[in-house]
Ligand binder design. Structure first.
Ligand SMILES: Cc1cc2nc3c(=O)[nH]c(=O)nc-3n(C[C@H](O)[C@H](O)[C@H](O)COP(=O)(O)OP(=O)(O)OC[C@H]3O[C@@H](n4cnc5c(N)ncnc54)[C@H](O)[C@@H]3O)c2cc1C
Length: 388
């Protein structure tokens, strides 16, 4: 028997973003009693560049091809064919992508993921507007204390609650990430940007802020997600006001100023943190808990995407949760199998990406040279592989 009626649920997933919804979808045939809690009521916004990586869609397709197919029907959506990279010296490079991917506002994309859970994991109990405030590990279960409403009990808790994870803060021995492993990003929506093309995502690297970049991503219906991300240690050391810096770049950068002259900003510039992966390996599980996505610091340090690793880790956590319940083993020694899986399937790539980001961050001339080199016939695939 898998379930234990003594507790409300076998598995409580905290957070219904990409990590939490992927985890619930991966548990849909497990027979376990699953709760999915989120402090928000959906649809809800999430500060992001809105570029849904091809590997995120591939992971969902592996769960069920219909999941990825339904997401391609979203409105608004812009299918990504290629990216344009503008180097600090103004040189540019166009890279074509083989793996299909798209951009769509997170309010739309995340609501669609939750709809997949409602449809395909119909026995999952979804509790919106339920913020986890605190939790306690007991000998044979976890007590979850929401900000409002009654206590919830489960045999295992999976923290998919993002960059400010309550689960991580309460249960990890060292919850804080160093500034060298944290990025800060801001974005705003715009329309009427001259020269912006549907199907082309654009990245602008500047000499001043190399450990980060400015982006311009079409998200469909003539709208664009425009943002700037930077390493937190650079922001702190130079006291950078990211919101002002983004608006200044759009008004003065030689490759942007003319294009934004008649652009209309649709709403405020808003910001959020990006916990980067690839640093010193830290535990992301323990007795009766697992962490996924941003809660486990799995954002790619070079490019800043984390929706793919959130979904991949949510799926891996579901397999670990099923194993814990089947074997009635919720010990730290057993859940550490999950850390090993993440290290092998995600961690190695993030570590490589982190090293490359640090290496390039002090060498604008090298980025200029790589962009120039990629124009030499035969060398472009090499540069594309290095970037990821
Ligand atoms: C400026 C910026 C730009 C980015 N651009 C991209 C991009 O273009 N492409 C990309 O792939 N990635 C991008 N990322 C990273 C991406 O947004 C994250 O990696 C991704 O959202 C992680 O998914 P997640 O499910 O782990 O967390 P989230 O998407 O943050 O979801 C966490 C969920 O938990 C809920 N929650 C939080 N606390 C509680 C609580 N106490 N109780 C209950 N629920 C709670 C939240 O409401 C939320 O729904 C960007 C990030 C930023 C900040």
């Amino acid at each position: 028997m898998l379930s234990s009626p003594a507790f409300d649920y076998d598995v409580a997933i905290i957070g219904a973003g990409p990590a939490g919804t992927a985890c619930a979808l991966a548990l849909r045939h497990s027979g376990l009693r699953v709760a999915l809690l989120d402090k928000a009521r959906f649809p809800r916004d999430k500060v992001c560049g809105d570029a849904i990586p091809g590997h995120a869609l591939k992971a969902l397709r592996q769960l069920d091809p219909a999941f990825a197919d339904s997401l391609w029907q979203l409105e608004p959506l812009d299918a990504v064919r290629q990216s344009r990279l503008v180097a600090p010296n103004g040189g540019s490079l166009v890279l074509e992508w083989k793996l299909p991917s798209f951009s769509s506002p997170r309010a739309t994309f995340d609501e669609a993921l939750l709809t997949l859970v409602r449809t395909h994991a119909a026995r999952t109990v979804i509790l919106e507007s339920t913020a986890l405030r605190d939790l306690r590990l007991e000998a044979d279960h976890v007590r979850l204390l929401p900000a409002q409403g009654p206590e919830i009990t489960s045999r295992l808790v999976i923290g998919c609650d993002g960059a400010h994870s309550v689960v991580g803060r309460k249960l990890l021995p060292e919850p804080r990430l160093a500034r060298a492993h944290h990025c800060v990003g801001v974005r705003a929506y715009f329309e009427n940007i001259a020269g912006a093309e549907s199907g082309t995502t654009e990245f602008f690297l500047t000499r001043d802020y190399l450990a980060g970049y400015c982006w311009l991503f079409p998200v469909g219906q003539g709208r664009y997600n425009v943002g700037l991300g930077m390493l937190a240690e650079v922001v702190a050391a130079h006291k950078v006001d990211l919101k002002q810096t983004l608006l200044r770049l759009l008004a003065t950068h030689p490759a942007l100023a003319g294009r934004f002259a008649a652009a209309r900003q649709l709403g405020p510039v808003v910001g959020f943190g990006l916990p980067l992966g690839g640093g010193r390996v830290r535990p992301i599980s323990g007795a009766r808990f697992l962490l996924c996505g941003d809660a486990a610091s799995l954002i790619d340090p070079l490019q800043g995407h984390g929706i793919d690793t959130a979904i991949q880790s949510g799926i891996l956590a579901a397999a670990q949760a099923a194993a814990c319940c089947a074997q009635r083993d919720f010990s730290a020694a057993f859940t550490a199998q999950y850390d090993a899986q993440i290290a092998e399937k995600i961690g190695r790539k993030l570590a490589k990406s982190y090293r490359l980001m640090r290496f390039l961050s002090t060498k604008p001339w090298l980025v200029d040279a790589a962009v120039r080199l990629a124009r030499v016939p035969g060398l472009k695939p090499w540069v594309q592989r290095a970037i990821g």
